[in-house]
Design a protein around this ligand. Structure first.
Ligand SMILES: C[S@@+](CC[C@H](N)C(=O)[O-])C[C@H]1O[C@@H](n2cnc3c(N)ncnc32)[C@H](O)[C@@H]1O
Length: 215
């Protein structure tokens, strides 16, 4: 079943970024054919924002794997100076076309490669479903690179789906995280502030919204 899906999407474990460009290049500003395109911010993220009004004067935010761009626009509307990146150039083109008046810096960049220019730079980093979109062998690299983006005293918000079965390449995509992803972020210099688990998830056993802080 999963092998058939990997074949259909053209997923190669050793070139894990490539199929995203193919997918977005065949899509458009309506998000046709993009399975995760809500065309709106993630509802759990919106709820969290509603409950955590923050003073964002002069604060920067980074959106990891920004997809269609809606979460970045939401952060911009809250006053953050936002950078949002995706590995797919076509996804970035779609974001720029969808939001031509936005001040969000939409840029193509690769989370696996990381970016030293962004180390310790962002007051708020948002990660929704990017880690689970990439094969398990990249997990530690992705978690390290995301952690590196967070400024001292900055926050990281992670939304991810969870399984308790072992993560294996054969069982994805998506490659749902194991609960020990929290310890992995802590090993990268972040402290867990809160983690809420929700049952409403199409795949996996739960969906987590976790907040970390760099101290
Ligand atoms: C499951 S989608 C989630 C998109 C968006 N965060 C959302 O919640 O709608 C994963 C996104 O990560 C992007 N992505 C995959 N590999 C990446 C990488 N190595 N670096 C940056 N973005 C990547 C994909 O192009 C895709 O837009």
């Amino acid at each position: 079943m999963d092998e058939a899906l990997r074949k259909k999407l053209g997923i190669n474990e050793n070139k894990p970024n490539d199929w995203f460009e193919t997918l977005y290049a065949n899509s458009n500003e309506g998000g046709e054919g993009v399975p995760w395109a809500n065309m709106a911010p993630h509802p759990l993220f919106e709820n969290w924002l509603a409950q955590h009004p923050v003073n964002v004067k002069d604060k920067t935010a980074l959106v990891v794997g920004c997809g269609m761009g809606d979460d970045a626009i939401e952060l911009e509307s809250r006053g953050f100076a936002v950078t949002a990146f995706d590995v797919s150039e076509s996804a970035i083109d779609i974001c720029k076309k969808r939001f031509p008046k936005s001040t969000v810096q939409f840029v193509q960049a690769d989370l696996i490669a990381g970016n030293k220019d962004w180390w310790n730079k962002f007051d708020f980093v948002l990660e929704i479903f990017t880690i689970q979109a990439l094969p398990p062998k990249y997990e530690q690299t992705l978690i390290q690179n995301i952690s590196d983006f967070v400024a001292d005293q900055g926050q990281l918000l992670v939304i991810t789906e969870i399984q308790t079965n072992k993560r294996t390449y054969e069982n994805g995509p998506p490659w749902l995280l194991n609960p020990n992803y929290i310890a992995s972020f802590e090993n990268c210099g972040l402290q867990l502030v809160s983690s809420n688990s929700y049952k409403e998830t199409e795949v996996g056993e739960a969906i987590h919204l976790s907040i970390f802080q760099k101290t």
